[in-house]
Design a protein around this ligand. Structure first.
Ligand code: DGJ
Length: 727
């Protein structure tokens, strides 16, 4: 059993293979955090209950005057508001009398086998009840009677815990939630480094590692999407922690809307991590009898560096978040029309792409933006999801039939959450777009956002998409989202519920994606948001792959893919070979192989020699697919490590194969370059498929491969070596 409750000292002990997490019911029934770190079997924890010395500015806890302890200096499992803990609150409620003190006390608990599912929100699921157990703790505010349920799902074979919180109003008065974060995790020290992922359009999820400073540091979004700028991921690492050594704690919210992931180093030397829906622009009216479920937050522990933390996230997401027909099915190698054609195509051009794609060995043709309404540029037609017959005469069905007859599958692009002012839909339903009455609406990429909080809007979008998807065999949908929200309100919501708008918006998006998947269980969905503007665990629940970035330059892509891999599996990263500048097709493919792999270019511009190269790449993709998609990633040299080389290797789950990639970002004169692989079986013999040379795993991991004398030393060069075990 991964969860134990010790009655005598009212202690909870949650164990994963390498980590223990302890907390206790303290004086006044406050829930006090005790420990999170390396696993130990002992339970004699009394001396571990940390309490700093404090002075008069830290008030005594109201529920425990004799015990003379202060919430201000104690570690908490959940933190209320206005009752003596001045650090980040987990939950803040406002009551009918206008006050917002929120006090949470332990009432009872249950240990449940397996894990309860979450309604309407993306969540971690189990393959079998044996995978994990769940602790449910009921807490209550003694003054108001409002209840709070804390959930801890504890995995038996992965160093993973999943936390969430539910607010239950079984009082007879309406209350308003002003903040409902998903977890609070306290540490007794604050000499950590804080790692998070930041960026912008075309430079998403770069890694930033800085010493944790006094005060609150926050990664957050209030854009209506998790965004290009910050990601709902945070990691606390010990100072000495590196890629392969040292302790670190990763936190990732399973959510695609506004979030905040905060770390606070306090004056007494402790740290609090608090992650959840961004309280800015959030509020929720909770009527008597209603409850509110906050999204799940995943916690990963690693004692073996950032690499092991990432591999745990990857396994968890591949096996317990991504789902459906495409979870393990081999994804089709596709040619996407966007970078090759943009809006300039007709039936003939698409057919030419399809014929070339087939000849080159690809498996699917994806028709990107521009096929609907009267869309010839980005100023029109979003919302009019019917075929632009000026471009595609006779509609989609005959075109798709010809493509299918070639032996290729067909995929198509939608941007359902958007509406162009120049569209039939907008003219018919101007009230369907996100807006505040009496306020001018801001355009973004010439478009407005459609009101996903409304069921009638979602029904209309579903019916329009259904008409297209039923009109011919469509195996894949790319779901795009090309601007952030402004004037965030719904004409359909009453004033007292307008603060619910952002959360209701993303719930609406989730609902529509779920409905599509229920209707078309074989559909492969790829999410996208102007590149990687919504690359998060919430989206992975609906789509096993997400377009990683609009930046397809292979050198620029390195830091984007390395950063993304801190938390998200390579098999989920949309990555294509394109005509972008700088390197040859070999390096473009070397980098795109890290992810889903595909092409995004005008095949008519490829020379015969380049076509031969593409054919070889396609064959290599099939040979290495399993090692990459179902294997483990080892980041060997990160782009920022030395500024000129970057290297990584994949190892299959059974360690029978490995793929090593080395990229020279910038040439250096007389530079020794030895790359040592990781994660192999030391005593096994591996043969390199390119050279036929055999090596032991120990040699490859110890002596490594020497690239110093090769012809590698020029800008943008790369090497990709595939190794297979021989008996
Ligand atoms: C942004 C996406 O990231 C691109 O791949 C492409 O689909 C365009 N939108 C189309 O407008």
């Amino acid at each position: 059993m991964a969860i134990t409750f010790y009655e005598k000292n009212r202690l909870f002990k949650l164990d994963t293979p390498n980590a223990s997490y302890l907390f206790a019911v303290g004086e006044g029934n406050y829930l006090l955090h005790v420990y999170y770190g390396a696993y130990f079997p002992d339970t004699a924890i009394a001396p571990m209950v940390f309490r700093s010395d404090y002075a008069s500015f830290s008030p005594d806890a109201a529920g425990a005057p004799e015990a003379h302890f202060s919430l201000d200096v104690s570690m908490a499992e959940v933190s209320g508001n206005g009752v003596g803990d001045y650090r980040l609150s987990t939950v803040v409620l406002r009551y009918p009398d206008g006050t917002d003190a929120t006090d949470l006390r332990y009432v009872s608990h249950r240990i449940l086998p397996g894990k309860p599912a979450l309604e309407a929100l993306p969540h971690i699921y189990l393959q079998s009840e044996e995978d994990a157990d769940t602790l449910e703790i009921t807490m209550q505010d003694p003054a108001t009677g409002v209840k709070f349920l804390l959930y801890y799902t504890v995995f038996r074979n992965l160093d993973v815990m999943v936390r969430s919180l539910r607010v239950v109003n079984d009082t007879d008065k309406t209350v308003w939630i002003e903040k409902a974060h998903s977890l609070c995790c306290d540490f007794p020290e604050n000499n950590f480094d804080l790692i998070h992922l930041y960026g912008k359009w075309a430079k998403e999820r770069s890694v930033q590692r800085l010493p944790l400073m006094q005060g609150i540091q926050s990664a957050a979004s209030k854009r209506g999407a998790s965004s290009h700028f910050h990601n709902p991921f945070l990691c606390l690492a010990r100072k000495e922690t590196g890629e392969e050594n040292g302790e670190c704690f990763g936190f990732n919210l399973i959510y695609s809307g506004n979030f905040s992931a905060d770390a606070e180093a306090d004056g007494y030397g402790g740290t609090r991590v608090s992650v959840g829906i961004n309280p800015v622009d959030f509020g929720w009216q909770l009527l008597p009898g209603d409850s509110f479920q906050a999204p799940e937050c995943v916690m990963v522990y690693s004692a073996e560096g950032l690499g092991a933390m990432s591999r745990t996230f990857h396994r968890l997401y591949r096996k317990h978040l991504i789902r459906g027909a495409w979870q393990y099915r081999k994804r089709p190698l596709l040619l996407n029309s966007w970078e090759g054609c943009y809006f300039r195509f007709d039936e003939e051009k698409i057919l030419q792409l399809a014929k070339d794609a087939k000849e080159l060995g690809m498996e699917m043709l994806v028709l990107d933006d521009g096929w609907f309404g009267h869309r010839d540029d980005d100023t029109t037609s979003l919302g009019d999801w019917f075929v632009n017959e000026k471009k595609l005469k006779g509609g989609l069905a005959p075109l798709v039939k010809k493509i299918n007859d070639l032996g290729l599958q067909f995929g198509i692009w939608f941007e359902p959450e958007m509406i162009s002012p120049d569209s039939e839909l907008y003219r018919a339903h101007p009230d369907w777009c996100v807006q505040i009455r009496g306020r001018e609406k801001s355009l973004g990429r010439n478009q407005y956002v459609i009101d996903m909080t409304r069921a009638d809007v979602r029904d209309n979008l579903f019916m329009q998409m259904k008409q297209v998807l039923d009109s011919c065999p469509i195996a894949y949908v790319k779901w795009d989202f090309n601007r952030n929200l402004t004037e965030p309100a719904s004409l359909a919501l009453p004033p007292e519920r307008q603060k619910e708008f952002f959360h209701r918006f993303i719930l609406g998006t989730y609902e529509l994606q779920e409905r599509l998947l229920q209707e078309y269980p074989d559909l492969l969905l790829e999410n996208c948001a102007g590149g990687g503007g919504r690359f998060d665990a919430g989206m992975l629940y609906y789509s096993p792959q997400i377009w990683c970035s609009d930046n397809t330059d292979p050198i620029e892509r390195l830091s984007i893919q390395f950063g993304t891999s801190l938390c998200y599996p390579p098999s989920s990263m949309g990555a294509h070979v394109s005509t972008s500048r700088r390197t040859g097709y070999d390096t473009k493919a070397a980098v795109a192989l890290w992810g889903t792999f595909g092409y995004e270019l005008d095949t008519a511009e490829l020379s015969d020699e380049e076509k031969e190269i593409v054919k070889q790449q396609v064959a290599f993709y099939h040979q290495t697919y399993d090692t990459i998609h179902n294997g483990d990633l080892y980041r060997l040299i990160a782009p920022e490590d030395n500024g000129f080389t970057c290297a990584w290797n994949f190892v299959s789950e059974d360690k029978k194969s490995a793929l090593l990639t080395v990229v020279i970002m910038r040439r250096r004169e007389f530079q020794t370059l030895i790359v040592r692989l990781r994660g192999l079986q030391a005593d096994a013999l591996y043969r390199c498929s390119a050279t036929g040379q055999t090596y032991t795993g120990a040699f490859l991991m110890g002596a490594g491969i020497n690239f110093s004398d090769s012809d590698m030393n020029s800008d943008g060069k790369s090497a990709v070596l595939y190794f297979e075990q021989i008996d």
